[in-house]
Design a protein around this ligand. Structure first.
Ligand SMILES: [Zn+2]
Ligand SMILES: [Zn+2]
Length: 219
């Protein structure tokens, strides 16, 4: 794993904007700009064929009294962004470390036989650039979450609690502050009354063990 390419001193050269990485990449204006940039070549192509391509704005999520984990994460992220008074060593550590941790998580996923994710926003998605890489969330989608639970015999709640404890120690790192906030909100969604998921997962595994087929792996 090449850690050097994540060094914040290369950000400008790589077109990275710290204020538009996960979770701040969900900013509506930024999404519009990205969509426009991606649509431009296609639109030009379509024009040649005298066809029209309509642009659909990002889907608006229904409003709810409880802010979504993502909204909470955006708030935590923007409040933890470095200020002009932050020391450059701190900035380097707080920006660089989460990037390496996220890539390490992705690679660890492969160690558990997870392939690149094609389902949802997920740390296991494949990327084709550093910008794309750092717009991805640090968490697993429900599909891969279930696979890791199956592979490790641990539950969603148990893992979220461990992530929360880690992120609490690194609140000066915007991505960890955001991930910690996201995890806390998810734990809230899972509900206090939930049976500890590690126990539940283990039960599920032992119940399914006898009838489940082995995991299919690509060559
Ligand atoms: Zn990969
Ligand atoms: Zn996934």
């Amino acid at each position: 794993m090449g850690a050097a390419r994540y060094n914040p001193i290369l950000d400008e050269r790589q077109g990275l904007q710290e204020d538009h990485l996960w979770p701040a990449c969900h900013c509506e204006d930024y999404m519009k700009k990205c969509c426009d940039a991606a649509e431009k070549p296609r639109k030009a192509e379509m024009k040649k064929d005298s066809q029209q391509l309509s642009y659909s704005p990002p889907i608006s999520l229904p409003s709810s009294t409880t802010p979504s984990p993502l909204r909470v994460a955006v708030g935590a992220y923007t409040s933890a962004l470095p200020t002009s008074s932050s020391s450059s060593d701190d900035v380097k550590l707080n920006i660089w470390l989460p990037r390496i941790a996220q890539t390490a998580s992705h690679e660890l996923g492969h160690c558990f036989a997870l392939d690149h994710c094609t389902y949802y926003a997920c740390v296991m998605q494949a990327t084709s650039s550093i910008v794309e890489d750092l717009r991805q969330p640090p968490y697993l989608c429900p599909v891969d979450e279930a696979k890791v639970g199956r592979a490790t015999g641990t539950g969603e709640r148990e893992r979220y609690e461990a992530i929360e404890r880690f992120c609490e120690k690194h609140v000066d790192a915007p991505t960890f502050a955001a991930f910690g906030a996201w995890v806390r909100a998810r734990l809230g969604e899972l509900g206090e009354s939930d049976e500890p998921s590690a126990k539940r997962q283990r039960k599920l595994v032992s119940r399914k063990e006898s009838r489940e087929l082995p995991i299919e792996r690509s060559p």
